[in-house]
Design a protein around this ligand. Structure first.
Ligand SMILES: [Zn+2]
Length: 426
């Protein structure tokens, strides 16, 4: 496999400053960082005439093991007509899981992500315990390292089965931990981090973690400069249950009330049924909103009411279909269909790419490290094949990105690299 560390590369086209440019060379350091970008770099050059290079896609929300439910969607059947019935099938999947089994599930998913141009994954990980406490966390880390994907392990707290519950149900036993034990474990996990494996934290949802747990974890995240993620208002039932609990508030109101001050370190995932007035508050506070269009369609969640002030990023969530170009275009298509227009949220190809790269990096606490071709950033890339049947007639620099985002698939991805090392498998 190609290894561009310590080399100078010159692809046919490179995505720099929101446009494709020809004649650009990138000098890559021995540890995979972009050292120089210029038309004039002397030395031996590796020419890549068939490649149009864009920064690697950043997947801000994944549950890698969910992919194993592929082939059992139940779509169209009465027995699995709601999100909650699909969730029961997912619980069955983890009932008898082993370390090796879990690692293989994650590795298969991560390899598929690499082949889809995803170079960084934010793994929202809540299946922690096999026989030992938290031993499955290591299975995720090993799987990512073996697949060669950059991992942000979003270590997820899950403490109860519902708003009025004290603890979890028996099928949630592998997820369960108390806040004190969880924070103690975060400090141990910190020792497993390196240049391609970093740590963020999550509360699974306002349903699965009480407000005290959310507050304590938010404080920990703020003090330790960690990103904080949470599922929010994906289903109407979650909102009804929260209002009917002693809180008498919607989950968004609960967060805005308890996570003071809310900052850009927060990512709220889904927001399918979040009121526009609360989305406006998130927009003002630079909170990241992670949308997972293929999953939301697959699970029958719904379509959020977005506008162009929202700070959006994307996730593959249940991983039934791993195709980040589809996530991008369906982010637009859902809004187009909802509003009967073609200019919703200013979601053109350039903005969609920014959402799929730079915005994902911001959500995962990796801004400055990945998401752009800039000096000092990691050389994480996706190369599109300019001679492929779908793209060869549309490779003019002013047409190509639009052709890629709205017309291409994983088949047109010729190469994918992380920190200068090619990782795509044939
Ligand atoms: Zn999720």
């Amino acid at each position: 496999m190609a290894d561009y560390r310590g080399k100078i590369v010159e692809p046919n086209l490179v995505w720099i400053n929101d446009k494709f440019e020809a004649g650009i060379k990138l000098k890559i350091s021995q540890n995979g960082i972009i050292e120089e970008i210029s038309r004039e770099i002397s030395g031996d050059v590796v020419e890549l005439p068939q490649f149009a290079l864009i920064p690697g896609f950043i997947n801000a929300h994944s549950h890698a093991f969910h992919r194993n439910l592929r082939g059992q969607s139940g779509i169209g059947c009465q027995e699995s007509d709601t999100f909650w019935k699909w969730r029961d099938a997912m619980y069955k999947l983890v009932e008898n899981i082993s370390y090796d089994n879990f690692k293989q599930l994650c590795k298969g998913t991560f390899e598929e992500m690499i082949n889809a141009g995803i170079t960084t994954v934010g793994e929202f990980h809540y299946v922690h315990h096999e026989n030992d406490r938290f031993n499955l966390d290591n299975a995720v880390i090993e799987a990512a390292q073996e697949a060669g994907i950059r991992l942000v392990l979003i270590e997820t707290l899950y403490s109860r089965s519902g708003f009025n519950a004290e603890t979890v149900n028996k099928e949630q036993k592998r997820f369960e931990s108390k806040i004190d034990e969880f924070i103690k474990h975060l400090k141990i996990l910190e020792k497993s981090t390196n240049s391609t494996t970093t740590l963020a934290v999550a509360a699974h949802s306002t349903r699965a973690v009480d407000t005290e747990g959310i507050q304590t974890l938010w404080r920990y995240a703020s003090e330790n400069n960690k990103s904080f993620h949470i599922h929010l208002e994906e289903q109407p039932k979650e909102i009804e249950d929260c209002i009917n609990s002693f809180h008498r508030l919607r989950p968004s109101e609960l967060l805005l009330d308890k996570m003071y001050p809310v900052t850009s370190k927060l990512t709220v995932v889904h927001c399918t049924y979040t009121l526009r007035e609360h989305l406006n508050v998130f927009a003002k506070k630079d909170v990241n909103i992670c949308i997972c269009p293929l999953t939301e369609g697959f699970l029958g969640d719904g379509i959020p009411d977005l506008n162009d002030t929202d700070h959006l990023c994307l996730g593959t969530d249940c991983n039934n279909r791993i195709n980040f170009l589809e996530e991008m275009r369906w982010l637009t298509y859902c809004q187009n269909m909802k509003h009967n227009r073609r200019n919703c949220c200013k979601l053109d190809a350039t903005k969609l790419l920014q959402i799929a790269t730079f915005n994902g990096a911001k959500s995962l606490g990796l801004e400055g490290a990945v998401g752009k071709f800039e000096v000092g950033q990691q050389f994480d890339y996706v190369a599109f094949d300019l001679e492929s049947k779908r793209l060869k007639d549309f490779k003019a620099p002013n047409m190509l990105l639009d052709a890629v985002i709205f017309g291409a698939g994983n088949e047109e991805i010729a190469a994918v690299g992380v920190a200068g090392i090619e990782r795509k498998q044939k």
